[in-house]
Design a protein around this ligand. Sequence first.
Ligand code: PDD
Length: 286
Amino acid sequence: MTRTVYVNGEYVPETEAKVSIFDRAFLMADGVYEVTSVIDGKLVDFEGHAVRLERSLNELEMRNPVTKDELLQIHRDLIEKNDLTEGGIYLQITRGAPADRDFAWPNPDETPSGIVLFTFAKNLVEMPSVKTGIKVISIEDIRWGRRDIKTVQLLYPSMGKMMAKKAGCDDAWMVEDGFVTEGTSNNAYIVKGNKIITRALSNDILHGITRAAVLRFAAEAQMEVEERNFTIEEAQAADEAFITSATTFVQPVVEIDGAQVGEGVPGKLALRLREIYIEESMKTAV
Ligand code: PDD
């Protein structure tokens, strides 16, 4: 099926969608993005993604070409036009396309921001990898220092995913100064007894929207949450491990650098948290 996508104010077939070769996201990775999941044709935590988008834009002094209400409408239009029941919506805002390549930012009054959105279909509720759990390797975190801004400079995460694949694994956890920062495209957690441990928020990691919801639901379910650094060794010796993101929700991790985590099967607490997350998110989905 040819998808209908949104490009700079227009809904067009994906085969006709065009952006300039001078677009700064293309030349300089000068763009930010969001991925919002869709279940039952509804957006999960649209508000959270809209707020983080605004923050990313502000940090880079980039203008948002649409209002929050317009953004919600575009998301809804795309769900409808593409008959999307389950999957997600990718949104990207760039610093636009000036007349030429230049390191200095263009004047936003002359070069408006660019905006692109498209849908993707994906089984999110019934994911086969939830039953088996995923295997991760550790790699050094050599990304830049503003990982809290959701920019499109994803080359290193992409390389990390390839390193994991070459090692026969599913993903990589990045390590800086001996401590796990996050997964290539997800936040990382370990479980010890009834306690969930995950790195505290800072510029070192992306402030996951799924993370915020999961930690809130965990506290409501009387699970203990500790936000602190942990090492790969501590993770290997933990009872459980898992990741969260808009495209995986809560996903159990069963192996880290070849060492089995817990019993080597998806952990009970991670699976329970996944159930709660899906149930609660659907209640507030728009
Ligand atoms: N990635 N950390 C990184 C580095 C990420 O790229 C992501 C999301 C997350 C989780 O954030 P959230 O819960 O808001 O999805 C953490 C998206 C899904 C992606 O790049 O496809």
